[in-house]
Ligand binder design. Sequence first.
Ligand code: NAG
Ligand code: NAG
Ligand code: NAG
Ligand code: NAG
Ligand code: NAG
Ligand code: NAG
Ligand code: NAG
Ligand code: NAG
Ligand code: NAG
Ligand code: NAG
Ligand code: NAG
Ligand code: NAG
Length: 468
Amino acid sequence: MRAALLSAVWLSTLALARAFNPLHHSGPAAPYFDAPSQAGIPKEIPEGCVVDQAAYVVRHGARYPEPGSYTGWVTLYNKLQNSSTPYNVTGPLAFLKTWVPPVDDPAHMPLYLSGVGALESFQLGVQLRNKYKFTPGGGNLTVWSAAQERVLATAANFLRGYLAQGSYVNNATLNRGAIVSMPDSVNWTSADSLTFTNGCPNYSNGDQSGPMKAVWSNLWQPRVAARLNSLYVQGELNFTASDVSVMGDLCGFSAEVDGDTRFCDILTPDEWLDYEYGNDLNYYYGSGPGNPYAGTSAWPLVKAITDLLVAGPGKTTGAGTFTPAPLIMSFTHDNDLPPVIAALGLWNSTLGVYPLSNSTRSADRDFRSSYLVSFRGYVALERLNCTTPSGSSQYVRVQANSAPIPIPGCVSGPGSSCPLAQFAQYVSQDRLQHVGEFVSTCNNTAANATQGATLITLGVGDLVGEGS
Ligand SMILES: *[C@@H]1O[C@H](CO)[C@@H](O)[C@H](O)[C@H]1NC(C)=O
Ligand SMILES: *[C@@H]1O[C@H](CO)[C@@H](O)[C@H](O)[C@H]1NC(C)=O
Ligand SMILES: *[C@@H]1O[C@H](CO)[C@@H](O)[C@H](O)[C@H]1NC(C)=O
Ligand SMILES: *[C@@H]1O[C@H](CO)[C@@H](O)[C@H](O)[C@H]1NC(C)=O
Ligand SMILES: *[C@@H]1O[C@H](CO)[C@@H](O)[C@H](O)[C@H]1NC(C)=O
Ligand SMILES: *[C@@H]1O[C@H](CO)[C@@H](O)[C@H](O)[C@H]1NC(C)=O
Ligand SMILES: *[C@@H]1O[C@H](CO)[C@@H](O)[C@H](O)[C@H]1NC(C)=O
Ligand SMILES: *[C@@H]1O[C@H](CO)[C@@H](O)[C@H](O)[C@H]1NC(C)=O
Ligand SMILES: *[C@@H]1O[C@H](CO)[C@@H](O)[C@H](O)[C@H]1NC(C)=O
Ligand SMILES: *[C@@H]1O[C@H](CO)[C@@H](O)[C@H](O)[C@H]1NC(C)=O
Ligand SMILES: *[C@@H]1O[C@H](CO)[C@@H](O)[C@H](O)[C@H]1NC(C)=O
Ligand SMILES: *[C@@H]1O[C@H](CO)[C@@H](O)[C@H](O)[C@H]1NC(C)=O
């Protein structure tokens, strides 16, 4: 009986290990994947409804490491190559002896898109053209992008996919895309930005990510280093906590940069969950709901999008001189997505779970960096027009990486969506009250500081790319 039970446990552990995909727990290092459904809400557009307008805030596609992370890879490489005493590595570490960092052109790779990043951007374009059918053949789309090259390259590849249909390639007037480039990571743009946290001086005062993540890292990384050293290392080579951190990042990065998943086999599933939680703490307390100024900084953009959804497709708002297409696309960086989640009051309401603990991984949390800031991750707001016996009604649903997220207190519509008027009130009143208005809460003391995000309807920014 006991043996049968044990072998059943052993078998289900094996099944779990096989089903477990470290790339789905790799936070910001993960290539894009669709997040699993949340709270049982189906992903399909609810029956009887059509999406007549949608706004996306998208992280750039998969890229090479930042220069600082690349230095960490080289440090690991040098440690392996330059050990002063002989060593052997076995098991999942055996490949390390001949491993070479997957960057063969260091002058042009770190920080820029990888081929996978270009591909996933193109794919999003194809997917959204087919999903919404907003743009007829020969049509036109203007998108907004923060100005760093990897972000602009994502926007350009998106447009190539979005406008890839038909025989228009050589026609300079048809099937055109335009990119409005926004100043990136500067502090003089107030809220009129896709890198809005830089215009919020108080944002850095609210950032607790460093100390919170450090507490957590000290709990799990030395334990993993000791396990690896005792099981798989002979000789005096000694892996440290920071080596464990680099190896964790190399799972996602090696997979997307050159298809090598050997680093993904080093940690156990439980250790991958610890690695993932470290990323969750980093984003939750850095740019997410745990930083009191994150939601403040993104609220103006959320409000501008909400106003456009209320106005409906084909209309502009406020002093608008530009009427955006029904698909409003903006491209930016990882740390600009959690503020949107915070402004909307999402992934932060389960009692006893939030604010997140720095020492216990709660399985009940909704906040998962892997489901939001994976490469090419996104937050999308869709306006639904649903037929009812007496005519039609409009609703809003929010999605992260394809999974609809329930809006606290507002799920009475089809597919747990939020009635449009109620959503508008939730954003304009409840959320504003919680996060505070931009200029004073952020303590932006510039004489020309402004409150709103007008970029979409005033065409603020430079038109950089035209053509498809
Ligand atoms: C090893 O050490 C030498 C001397 O410090 C250095 O030049 C070299 O780049 C290091 N790395 C490798 C992989 O040899
Ligand atoms: C590495 O493995 C070889 C072959 O098994 C063995 O001869 C050598 O002593 C080992 N070196 C160390 C440092 O354990
Ligand atoms: C496409 O959009 C741009 C930017 O809004 C506009 O200037 C241009 O006239 C449009 N082109 C066509 C063919 O509609
Ligand atoms: C481009 O499209 C326009 C409008 O359909 C058409 O008049 C023109 O001949 C096309 N040009 C080329 C080079 O195909
Ligand atoms: C605000 O003023 C500063 C100079 O004081 C200027 O550099 C900046 O461009 C202005 N910002 C905007 C959005 O006009
Ligand atoms: C970790 O969390 C505990 C309990 O909430 C808190 O007392 C402590 O200050 C936190 N540590 C840091 C470094 O923020
Ligand atoms: C390995 O490194 C850790 C952290 O630097 C250190 O505490 C430990 O003593 C080292 N172990 C050996 C056997 O050198
Ligand atoms: C997230 O939840 C915590 C704990 O309830 C709260 O203090 C914080 O204000 C919330 N953040 C946002 C952006 O609503
Ligand atoms: C919703 O869709 C119905 C049916 O297509 C249409 O008649 C109605 O005008 C739409 N309502 C709005 C507000 O767009
Ligand atoms: C700005 O941040 C500081 C430090 O957290 C805080 O004392 C101050 O009240 C904040 N300002 C506003 C307007 O919230
Ligand atoms: C607001 O910013 C100014 C500098 O621009 C600084 O002197 C002041 O202390 C800040 N106030 C708060 C409450 O953070
Ligand atoms: C932007 O940064 C500069 C340099 O640190 C500083 O002098 C200026 O006050 C900042 N502007 C705002 C609006 O925070």
